[in-house]
Design a protein around this ligand. Sequence first.
Ligand code: AMP
Length: 598
Amino acid sequence: MHSASVGSLLFKDLAEYYDKLERVSSRLEMIKILGEMLKELDKNEIADVIYMTQGVLAPPFESVEFGIAEKYMEEAIAIASGRSKEAVHGYYKNKGDLGIVAEELMASTKLKRMGQRQYTSREVYDVMRKIAGTSGEGSKSTKIKELAGMLASTTPLGARYIARYPLGQLRLGLGDATILEALSVMATGTRDVKDRLEAAYNMCSDMGLVASTLKEHGMEAIDKFKVTLFKPIRPALAERLPTSEEIIKRMGGKCAVEQKYDGFRCQIHKDGKKVRIYSRRLEETTDMLPDVVEAVRSEVSAERAIFEGEALAFNESTNEFFPFQETIQRKRKHGVADKALEMPLHLFAFDVMYLDGKDYLGKPYKERREALEGMLKNPSRIRPSTMILTDSPKKLDEFFEESIENGLEGIVAKDLAAPYIAGARKFSWIKLKRSYRGELSDTLDLVVVGYYLGRGSRAEFKFGGLLCATYNEKNDTFETVSRIGSGFTEEQMKELRESLNKIRVAKKPVRVDAVIEPDFWVDLKYVVTVKADEITRSPTHTCGRKKLKDGTEVGYALRFPRLVGPEAIRSDKSPEDATTTKEIEELYSQQKKVGLKE
Ligand code: AMP
């Protein structure tokens, strides 16, 4: 028996669950096993084990990185298994998975395990967290020593996950929806309370907190979750429609129409002078945006507020927006302060969720907008998004054209009566972008589910292309929609090959729905941006797959797909943020309407 402070579940037993999760063949089984695992945990350890299972140390907004390079892990494995560094490295090159290397080498190591105590899951988490906080001189050897100690304090199977966890390569194939359903199973034996758990999660973005609250206080406490300063709310997302007529029809008449800005989405939390900014992925970006922080302090009249806007480079002399390339420079690690002076970002605020003790999430748009305008007394660098109210498609079109002329992306129409719908894509916000009106020139964000080896002239890169999927929100699955073989620079091929090699998995991930096989399957981790000429029907892919009258089954596929943009991997999007199957279906029907051939 272990005391409560170190937790009760031994890491070797957690590893058994992880191994089972890797082996299951259906999502339902996955939820069942995860539910059983969660049941075994007590209230003091469940949050940490949840983070571990998500492959992180903390929720995204806490920005805690592991700070462990593969080289460190190789050295730790060498020490723990009594092999040379070179031998471990060679073995890794051969296997492509340090987890398997650790497992196999530890299994063939004659350790004097007699009397050695097994680490609990909580202890492993605590050591990982301690290592993450270690920096400076001598930190490398401390980290390696601690890692080696952990590898030796568990079973070979446990060592597999100790090696993978801090490298971000757990390969369990889980997503938020899977974990929420498993928590529901833990609490009730059914998936019935998933939506209530999700509502709480949407308000705090902290799965560990949801789990520990549930464990300790039950569903009653889950239903009482409220927005809290410095815990970001999961952002509302916009649906899309192709024409102003359809937008007005769907809105049922009069709606708000706002300019759509292409910059960084910022969720801003303010308590007096304390200001924190979170990205769309809920990572803290405060340090990147000192000018926005300053503007919040001087221009927001509310003492305490949570509000949202888009930050972008804006030329005050000419009243013009700079292109996105100027804004994106802020992502650099260095010279942020200089850049902020040279070209301060402007914030176009478009929503408010909390204001001086009052929760606005459930309030209708109209009321939120009034509150937003009210809290910006002397707008200069922060101003409310430009907005009109209309029920006329013609007016909407004029406003849209004007936005495009001003260098913006398009517009977002908003339902005047709708609350702020956290964490979901709903028709209370509908976007219209230039590109939908004609050909498929809008880009798609697709999840990489597998890749192909290079052949012919690509052989030397050992990279031939990607197998990509859309996200099916309804089923929490990923459906293949395209193989992408072009648009890569040599550098991108190298980057993709290296990154994907590290997350290879032995079989198709449970949440992937596919009828074709890539050379290698990978864990669900990366999103890429893709452009294509059109969407076609195809028997090769499972995206939106339906049985036709003649009995054949077809899905959607992309014609002439190619990778776009400077970044091969979209670091600002997670797999569940990818283009959905539903969006592909809509784009397909829009494409038909504008007369593109099938
Ligand atoms: P998209 O990324 O194309 O799905 O469009 C949604 C994004 O548009 C949001 O995540 C915001 O970052 C951005 N955006 C820009 N202007 C607005 C606005 N006025 N209202 C809501 N979102 C906006």
